[in-house]
Design a protein around this ligand. Structure first.
Ligand SMILES: *Cc1c(COP(=O)(O)O)cnc(C)c1O
Length: 385
């Protein structure tokens, strides 16, 4: 089976991990701050807070922005459940903004309409979490303007988007947001096995996120409520978690990050080949905004179902039978059983639901060969012709 995504581990990656295993620190050593520095240097943000998953990064980002019971957080329904669960962890209410069918990212028109209504009803969100689906940036300049007009904070869920760019800047520069969050799960652009990072230009937010990732404990005398008892002393000043990344993982991340531009360039070459060889089929290929340079975490096609003899499910099954590990990104979050208790129903976000019924994610990863890609292309041609 050709998978839809797969990590790549080089000899240099293995050496980097082994050298940490032979060193004094497996965790809380020098590699985590080195990895934070490398990621912030790459994306142009001032502070990085490495954590043990993208999900943890979303959680500490919400906590640092003060999300708590009674607050409202909005995201898109076409995302992984973690983008909205982070609000629920904080006791906040979650709501969704329907997608733009062209990009499948959060619709700016729908966001504007929903904000106007929410302002009248005094139910404005505290935080909005746009997701750069497949690595293709949301229209962040417009979201930034709305955040100033309506007074909400912005967390960019860039779990797909490390290595991508929006207008003239790398995703993660936080020019349009308070915090940007990355994931280093093996299917993502680079990996630390499990891992994530929140980046920000605010020293205050970074300090809070560092505290939340490690029990809410501080060793900084300036942050303590009274003088230290002695050199062993620390204070717990908040309720935090153990969300730390290990030095073993950070070393893998540093090694992987050094190849990031090559990885994204290769993904673009493969995406370009799909674009050429699939263009005559009854499919919508991934739309790219001129102002955006995607990381191409995923290559998602949309079946023009009225022009194809088979159903969405039949095309999916036929591809799997042909040995192509296609997938679907994503099941609209508001239709998940757990979310029904909050009053969400099928029909609430029609563009997202229609998208779900038409999309298929094709294999795309760094060492996918052209021969393997040709197999994907030819199988798809045979199935939907
Ligand atoms: C993968 C992913 C996450 C969660 O990241 P983990 O590292 O798996 O916790 C969050 N949001 C999106 C959009 C993702 O794709």
């Amino acid at each position: 089976m050709i998978p839809y995504g797969r990590q790549e581990i080089t000899d240099a990656d293995i050496e980097a991990v082994v050298s940490v295993l032979k060193s004094d620190y497996l965790t809380q050593g020098p590699k985590v701050p080195e990895f934070e520095q490398a990621v912030t240097d790459y994306c142009g943000a001032e502070h990085g807070v490495a954590v043990n998953s993208g999900t943890s990064a979303l959680h500490v980002a919400c906590l640092a922005l003060g999300v708590t019971g009674g607050d409202i957080v909005w995201t898109t329904p076409i995302t992984f459940v973690a983008s909205s669960n982070c609000a629920l962890y904080c006791g906040a209410k979650i709501d969704f903004v329907d997608i733009d069918p062209l990009t499948a990212n959060m619709s700016i028109a729908a966001l504007k309409t929903k904000l106007q209504l929410a302002a009248e009803q005094k139910k404005l969100p505290k935080v909005v979490i746009p997701v750069h689906l497949c690595g293709h940036s949301c229209k962040m300049d417009e979201i930034k303007v709305l955040s100033e007009q309506y007074g909400f904070s912005v967390i960019e869920d860039a779990c797909h988007a490390l290595g991508g760019r929006y207008q003239d800047s790398p995703i993660g520069c936080c020019r349009y947001s308070d915090i940007t969050v990355f994931s280093f799960h093996p299917v993502k652009i680079i990996t630390t096995a499990e891992g994530g990072m929140a980046v920000t230009n605010s020293a205050g937010l970074a300090g809070k996120m560092m505290s939340y990732r490690s029990h809410g404990i501080t060793r900084d005398p300036d942050k303590m409520t009274h003088e230290i008892d002695g050199p062993w002393y620390y204070q717990q000043i908040d309720l935090g978690y153990n969300y730390r990344l290990t030095d073993i993982q950070a070393a893998l991340g540093i090694s992987q990050l050094s190849r990031l531009d090559d990885v994204v360039a290769r993904r673009h070459r493969l995406a370009d080949r799909y674009n050429v060889f699939l263009q005559d089929l009854p499919l919508l290929l991934p739309y790219q905004m001129p102002s955006s340079f995607s990381s191409f975490h995923l290559y998602v096609i949309r079946l023009q179902v009225d022009q194809i003899r088979l159903s969405h499910n039949e095309v999916f099954d036929a591809l799997r039978h042909a040995g192509i590990g296609v997938n679907i990104h994503y099941i609209p979050v508001h239709t998940q059983p757990y979310y029904q208790q909050y009053g969400f129903r099928t029909g609430d976000f029609p563009e997202a639901e229609k998208y779900y019924e038409e999309v298929i994610t094709l294999p795309l990863y760094h060492h996918l060969t052209e021969e393997e890609q040709d197999k994907v292309i030819n199988s798809l041609r045979d199935i939907i012709k």
